[in-house]
Write a protein that binds this ligand. Structure first.
Ligand code: G3I
Length: 372
């Protein structure tokens, strides 16, 4: 190569390199800056549910994403009775302790989920025969767990999913043996065990009129017993393309009028065929590969629908930000979601803001755009 040509060649290579490095650091810089928790820091907390592998920080990339994007965490499973209280006389705090330590280390708002729920019970609870013995279990369970984390856990889902779709009480083991009073008892014990924690009732479909009316009665029942209830958690397991925005807005207004906070506690959007809304684990669909249509990726029109749904929801949440304490997604990335296995096992679902490679989706950028 002649000297002049060589010089030109090196000059071009250097320029390409400099432009490349600058572009790279710009995009890295943008990536560093944008974050959900920062974007909505003056509005409400932005949370996620952590599974056990995330609690033990087994994947560095996921861990970085969690710390960058979220300022609140909920235990997806590790505080459920079957795990934390597997035998009448045995507790297993190992993962719950790690969850709490993780949140404290990163200065996150910690949500304990959940003290009294009919599902994921340890087998011994189902076998408890007398009302007295069940009451004794509830007392020991709530006192021990809420007491252990008093001063650490910021909010408890004290009772989870106590209602049927028509707003009546679910016929759970607690209801069968103790009647409606199990609800007030749970809040009474939680309040004594963890006086500084915010106490929530948490359920799905409680934006729907009949269940909402039942939920309002339930909240009033706690209040009129002279007990503290700080908030209601609308779980938010909705269907993409069919998000019930009007019912959600009406619910935010009606719950807030009771003098309590509203949190969206388990947000995700179903992207696969399903003709019913909610999160009743008993409600299952038969395995059928035609009902799992997007194994190779979500079509663009569906991706855009998801983005629009999330944007519409967050516009509404921002409109009522004075009433909303927190918006928590039910998982960090699509691969983690429970919706890959319910109501049908083994589907490939896309309900969250980050894909399986941890890449933010169009929906994520639409949410950030709301704040720009
Ligand atoms: O950990 C065991 C594993 O050892 C075993 O090999 C495997 C075989 O099935 O099961 C694993 O446990 C599963 C657990 O998730 C952890 O992955 C349970 O079977 C499975 O039932 C459990 O599902 C959880 C479900 O609640 C029931 O507790 C989901 O992850 C969790 O996202 C879901 O969360 C609920 C909320 O708590 C309440 N609101 C509705 C929401 C969605 O259902």
């Amino acid at each position: 190569m002649r000297t002049g040509i060589r010089r030109k060649f090196f000059l071009t290579i250097t320029m390409v390199y400099v432009i490349g490095v600058t572009a790279c650091s710009v995009s890295k810089d943008v990536q560093q800056k944008h974050s959900l928790k920062n974007a909505f820091q003056h509005d409400f907390l932005i949370g996620t549910a952590l599974d056990s592998s995330q609690i033990v920080e087994s994947n560095k990339k996921v861990d970085l994403l969690i710390k960058k994007q979220f300022n609140a965490i909920t235990a997806e499973n590790v505080m459920k009775t079957a795990i934390i209280h597997p035998k009448a006389d045995r507790y297993n705090f190992s993962l719950a302790d790690k969850f709490v330590a993780y949140g404290k280390k990163h200065n996150m708002y910690l949500v304990g989920h959940t003290l009294i729920w009919h599902s994921q019970l340890a087998p011994f609870v189902e076998k408890i025969a007398s009302p007295e013995a069940l009451r004794a279990f509830m007392t020991a369970h709530i006192k021990t767990i809420a007491g252990r984390y008093a001063g650490s856990i910021n909010a408890w889902d004290v009772v989870n999913e106590a209602l049927n779709e028509d707003g009546s009480f679910r016929n759970s083991v607690f209801y069968q043996k103790l009647g409606e009073n199990y609800l007030t008892e749970s809040f009474r014990i939680a309040q004594q065990a963890a006086p500084a924690a915010e106490l929530y009732y948490n359920d799905y479909n409680i934006e729907q009129p009949a269940k909402r009316a039942g939920c309002i009665q339930l909240i009033k029942k706690i209040q009129s017993a002279g007990l503290r209830i700080d908030g209601v958690g609308i779980q938010g397991h909705w269907l993409s393309g069919k998000v019930p925005l009007e019912a959600i807005e009406q619910s935010i207004l009606e719950y807030s009028a009771l003098g309590i906070q509203v949190a969206i506690t388990e947000l995700d959007l179903e992207m696969l065929p399903r003709n019913f809304q909610g999160a009743d684990l008993e409600h299952k669909m038969k395995t059928d590969s035609t009902q799992n249509p997007y194994t190779k990726g979500l079509p663009e029109n569906k991706e855009q629908q998801l983005a629009k749904d999330y944007e519409d929801l967050f516009r509404l949440f921002l409109k009522h930000k004075d009433k909303i304490s927190r918006v928590t997604f039910w998982g960090v990335e699509d691969g983690q979601s429970w919706l890959n296995n319910w109501p049908m096992p083994g589907r490939t679902n896309y309900p969250l803001l980050f894909d399986r490679k941890l890449k933010p989706k169009a929906a994520y950028f639409r949410l950030l755009d709301l704040k720009n």
